[in-house]
Ligand binder design. Structure first.
Ligand code: MTE
Length: 696
């Protein structure tokens, strides 16, 4: 075909046709069996994108169906199709506690998945250097070192000949940690075979189909509680849909289990986690990494207990909160909930919660077709990797003779502001203006073996490493600073150069050793916790199922913020992504497992109109954090969870409508709370014409 340069498949891979992740292999090109719609079989390489697309359309494949195939969590449970390991965490004696409680309630909550919908889809350019098998990749990766490693293994070339450059990502949100490594290896194979530079940028629909997103979760629970709403015991089984390969799903499940207590001191608590193996594209990391799912399911438990007790939901949450100065999580990690309780109380106060509950009651009494609801939740979110060896950061700081400073670090800039904060830290230590400091890129040649920018720990780790590198330089310059008190920075630097003092230093941060002993249900999984609380009010239209987000108040503990503007931006951005997760974004598949929602016309993400007109973000004052850089806290992921306040507020509003119609205020409802589901839950003569409310 015109313009077509090559067709690449498994047989062209010079090294290994697989990407390994903690011993879990994933084929780059399908060899024997295709296990999902969206799996890569081959790649066409052409002069232009159009030619490559046309060539790909010509590829004909005959399939023989695998039997049985299934796609949902329920079907996987039926077929007992689970990945290993299966995880469990337990504290107390759940069975014994169930004997003592006033009531027992059983229920479940399903939470749908989510597409990353980063502004820029996954893409890279692979350039063979034509010498000693060297290869350079300009790649949008949150984990450049992993991409380098996978490309090396695929090509059968040592890592020292593969260099990955990351300028910045057009959004990553966890979606550019793993899958981009496979794409890079595929493009690198094409570059290797053709000896030419190869660019691979996925179109939005292909990106959504191939790289997948946040895993759906199903939580089945049994909870034992007293008449006043105190929860004594809860036994929750979490199922996630991992798709056809494990990818990061077992770690995502671990994070869900580690967050299943949220801010609540439930003395007897057991969580089991099973990752379902289905025939869908493999799900992967997404901002929050199982945290939002683990947290939301326990929040649903709290919500349902309050409904059953006939008590206000905030009251049941309040009496179950961790409140002692020193507390232990269900995985026996010591922490102080002091700042979480402060966030909770401030949020109640700043949102004028009690007063607004009364106004909502009045509004609901006067409106039949429109109802309002309000919800408030606390948050305890673990920061850092529970796989302890990842808690490390590295940087390289170079000072040039003109006094300008170049920083390289192992993190990647994806919009979270890591570069701005790194420059602020260097400016503070070196005492030079931020304008003299530059960060050009992340490069595996400058900073090797860097951990992924993930787990909200990137800035923490990199910040410490930059600080360490700058302090080393300042120690070298100190004698000159003392001697030449009148020198400008540039004069000092030139003097140091003339005296043969190295103006380049590496910085390193050896973070905490975190780990969990899953056999013993025990371990310090996180470096520290970021706390917060959020309150949202919504209004639903019972006839159309539409809803309006009226007001949201967030109180967030970010310790002593290094950059409040960035941190508030992260809270707002994370919350906006939570709006999508809990109320709008819905992935639909055909009965054959084909993703139907493959672009903005089928898949809706939040727009301006979905942001509450009143969105108040308060950073908790006088908050400290002895563990992290300048007493700050990681903030990238936690606020996504706050979107669940909209979900529970919508549930409250629906309950008000149902009560008025003589229906039970306990009803099945799954996330996201889309217009269809809201409408069907507001049961009336019209919904009865359609049939029963079937939650997915
Ligand atoms: N903010 C923007 N604008 N774009 C992103 O891709 N990723 C989030 C969060 N905030 C993301 C973002 C994710 S998934 C993580 S883990 C953290 O930023 C990473 O930030 P850190 O480097 O401070 O840990």
């Amino acid at each position: 075909m015109p313009g077509v340069v090559a067709f690449i498949s498994a047989k062209d891979v010079p090294g290994q046709n697989r990407r390994l992740w903690f011993n879990n292999p994933e084929e780059l090109f399908a060899e024997e069996e295709v296990i999902c719609v969206g799996q890569i079989i081959g790649a066409t390489v052409a002069e232009t994108r159009e030619q490559a697309k046309r060539a790909a359309e010509q590829v004909a494949i005959n399939y023989q169906d695998i039997q049985p195939i299934f796609f949902t969590i329920e079907e996987a449970i039926e077929h007992q199709s689970f990945f290993d390991p299966k995880r469990k965490l337990e504290r107390g004696n759940v069975e014994e506690a169930f004997e003592k409680v006033d009531h027992i309630l059983e229920g479940e909550l399903y939470m749908g998945g989510q597409e990353h919908f980063y502004m820029e889809t996954q893409g890279l350019i692979a350039i063979p250097k034509g010498e000693a098998s060297e290869m350079e990749l300009f790649v949008a990766s949150q984990h450049a070192a992993y991409t380098q490693e996978v490309v090396g293994i695929t090509l059968g070339i040592d890592s020292n000949k593969i260099t990955c450059h990351v300028k910045r990502l057009g959004g990553g949100f966890g979606g550019k940690v793993m899958k981009i490594a496979s794409l890079s290896a595929i493009a690198a194979t094409a570059a290797y075979k053709t000896g030419r530079a190869v660019r691979c940028v996925l179109e939005r629909g292909d990106d959504m189909l191939i790289t997948s997103g946040r895993s759906p979760f199903l939580g089945k629970y049994k909870v034992g509680y007293m008449n006043d709403g105190t929860i004594l015991a809860a036994d929750i089984t979490y199922y996630s849909n991992g798709g056809c390969t494990l990818d990061e799903s077992s770690f995502i499940m671990e994070k869900a289990l580690l967050h299943m207590d949220n801010g609540y001191k439930i003395p007897h608590l057991r969580g089991r986690g099973l990752v379902c193996k289905t025939y869908l594209p493999s799900y992967t990391a997404f901002r929050g990494f199982g945290g939002p799912q683990g947290l939301t399911i326990i929040e649903s438990v709290l919500h349902e207990v309050a409904v059953k007790c006939g008590l206000p939901t905030h009251q049941v949450r309040d009496i179950n909160l961790y409140k002692d100065e020193k507390c232990y999580t269900h995985h026996k990690q010591l922490f102080s909930p002091h700042d979480m309780v402060r966030c909770w109380n401030e949020c109640l106060e700043k949102s004028d919660y009690t007063h607004r509950c009364l106004s909502i009651e009045q509004f609901n009494a006067h409106n039949h077709w429109k109802k309002r609801g309000i919800s408030i939740v606390p948050l305890k979110f673990g920061i850092g990797f529970s796989k302890g060896f990842y808690n490390q950061g590295a940087a390289l700081v170079n000072i040039y003779k003109d006094g300008s400073v170049l920083i390289s670090h192992g993190g990647t800039e994806m919009g979270q502001g890591i570069n701005t904060k790194a420059i602020q830290i260097a400016s503070r230590i070196l005492k030079v203006p931020m304008s003299s400091i530059h960060i050009k890129e992340t490069c595996t040649g400058n900073v090797p073996n860097a951990a992924p920018s993930a787990a909200s720990f990137g800035t923490d780790a990199v910040g410490m490493a930059v600080k360490n590198g700058c302090e080393k330089l300042m120690r070298r310059l100190e004698p000159l600073i003392k001697k030449h008190t009148q020198y400008t920075w540039q004069q000092l630097v030139v003097e140091a150069y003339c005296q043969k003092i190295s103006l380049s230093a590496t910085g390193f941060f050896m973070g905490p050793h975190t780990s969990v002993d899953w056999e013993k249900s025990k371990g310090s999984a996180y470096y520290y916790f970021t706390f917060g609380a959020c309150c949202s009010e919504v209004e639903i239209d019972c006839l159309t199922g539409d809803h309006k987000n009226i007001r949201t108040d967030i109180v967030m503990d970010v310790g002593r913020s290094i950059n409040p503007a960035l941190d508030v931006g992260q809270v707002e951005g994370g919350f906006a992504q939570g709006i999508g997760l809990y109320t709008i974004e819905e992935l639909n598949f055909s009965p054959e497992g084909v993703l139907l929602t493959r672009g903005p016309s089928q898949y809706k993400i939040p727009a301006l109109c979905d942001i509450p007109p009143q969105l108040n973000v308060h950073l908790l004052s006088n908050a400290e954090n002895p563990h992290a850089i300048y007493s700050s806290k990681g903030i990238g992921e936690p606020p996504v969870f706050f979107g669940c306040t909209l979900f529970f507020a919508i549930k409250e509003a629906i309950a008000a409508a149902r009560r008025e119609r003589g229906l039970s205020d306990s009803f099945p409802f799954s996330s996201p709370a889309t217009a269809e589901k809201i409408r069907m839950a507001c049961e009336d003569c019209f919904t009865r014409m359609v049939g029963v409310n079937k939650s997915t």
